[in-house]
Design a protein around this ligand. Sequence first.
Ligand code: XMP
Ligand code: MG
Length: 185
Amino acid sequence: MMHPYDMHQDIERILVSETELRRRIEEVGGRLSRDYAGKRPIFVGVLKGVVPFFAAMARAVQIPCQWDFLSVTSFEGGTESTGQLTFRKDIDHDIAGRHVVILEDILDSGRTLKFVKELLERRHPASVRICTLLDKPAGRTVELEADYVCFTIPKAFVVGFGLDYDDYYRNLPYVGVLKPQVYQD
Ligand code: XMP
Ligand code: MG
């Protein structure tokens, strides 16, 4: 019998388990619900890595809110940023006067979120805050902090729960450290 390729064998260690993800997203979702009560916020997800986090967070938030998505990319097919930011897809909503919460999978160098935040701020929203699943402070090259952080992680290349290597591993149910030999070969 053919065995499907086991993605888990490429993972060195699990950093954030499924249970930890669920519990912490519930917790931060509760905080967002309280902070934005009566404000009808618009959640803007940064594609594609945010998809599982966005879906989980959207269910954890218990207040009326709208969804939108944009797409930028800071690097392709590698583990190091190239320095090139490409704007691929804009949001659909007019955000003037609105309370915007940007959702992202990881805040690493900070360049992507700085670019996105400044782009949205130019459209005169009432407020813009950042909510990230992961924060990797050791990777920071620009000055930027998130307003809501689910997990602070050490300096390692991570995949799973939306995070990818060459667009793979996004479907892992946890966040794990990829074995270096996977991207060094
Ligand atoms: P910056 O450096 O702009 O990075 O804050 C944000 C984007 O880069 C990707 N990124 C990662 N993707 N594992 C990944 O799978 C990582 O450890 C990692 N660090 C950065 C990610 O797409 C994020 O949106
Ligand atoms: Mg991303």
